[in-house]
Design a protein around this ligand. Structure first.
Ligand SMILES: [Zn+2]
Ligand SMILES: [Zn+2]
Length: 243
């Protein structure tokens, strides 16, 4: 399966960038992990958007959902133009009324997920675990023929996360904070906590994402590498991995 970073900024998009959005592909199936600000604009660079079949939302903060409405508009317009035949399914939780806007009869559908169950999404199997965050949020794990991607969404440290992400090939982990700000912002990880998570989970590779709008991002790599001996990279627009 292939993972491509569509957008990596935390909170709001940087100049010409996008917030959270990650394209996962295999077997001619395209799913998007989160759909943040400017993600739809960027997505055109990777696929025909009429070939997008699902969007899996970690939680309903705007930097993860801002482009849901315009994606729905795209489905309406492209169906009217007879360019789109495929349905579009949103996956999300129901602990926030925001989920009620995801299904548009005749255009988009909604499937609820819950912690601890397995969900087939195209050729992939998704599992979810609730994370500590100011609103209800989930981390997700994507398994496919013995390969796996872990995506933290937004979370602060919790001791149950390493077991959930055990042995993933790629850990796509939020690193919203430089280590000196540990505890200063609830609901997010520092880069060294991202490294600790990768080490404790025995992840093969760590990708730092949901990056902050201050400081030198290279320092995040240094902080994560101090506690994790595997390969660490910064998410950047268009970067992709095949596993
Ligand atoms: Zn966020
Ligand atoms: Zn959030």
């Amino acid at each position: 399966m292939k993972l491509t970073v569509v957008g990596f900024w935390g909170a709001y998009p940087g100049k010409t960038g996008a917030t959270s959005g990650y394209l996962v592909q295999s077997d001619n199936y395209n799913t998007l992990l989160d759909c943040g600000s400017a993600v739809l604009s960027k997505l055109h660079g990777y696929i025909d958007i009429n070939e997008l079949e699902s969007v899996v939302l970690s939680h309903y903060h705007p930097d993860h959902t801002a482009d849901v409405g315009v994606l729905q508009h795209a489905v309406i317009v492209q169906k009217a133009l007879k360019n789109r035949a495929k349905p579009l399914t949103f996956y999300g939780h129901t602990e926030d009324p925001a989920f009620k806007t995801l299904a548009l009869p005749n255009y988009t559908s909604f499937t609820e997920y819950k912690e601890g169950e397995k969900y087939p999404v195209g050729p992939f199997t998704f599992t979810f675990i609730k994370t500590p965050h100011p609103v209800t949020a989930f981390s997700m794990r994507i398994d496919y023929h013995g390969k796996s991607i872990g995506y933290t969404g937004d979370t602060q440290w919790n001791d149950y996360l390493p077991a959930f992400f055990r042995n993933v090939d790629i850990l796509l982990c939020e690193a919203s904070l430089f280590s000196k700000f540990k505890g200063a912002v609830p609901g997010h990880l520092t880069a060294s906590e991202a490294g600790k998570l990768a080490a404790k989970a025995s992840a093969e590779r760590l990708i730092l994402t949901h990056l902050p709008h201050y400081g030198n991002h290279e320092d995040l790599l240094t902080e994560a590498s101090a506690v994790y001996s595997g390969p660490v990279e910064l998410a950047s627009e268009g970067k992709s991995w095949e596993i």
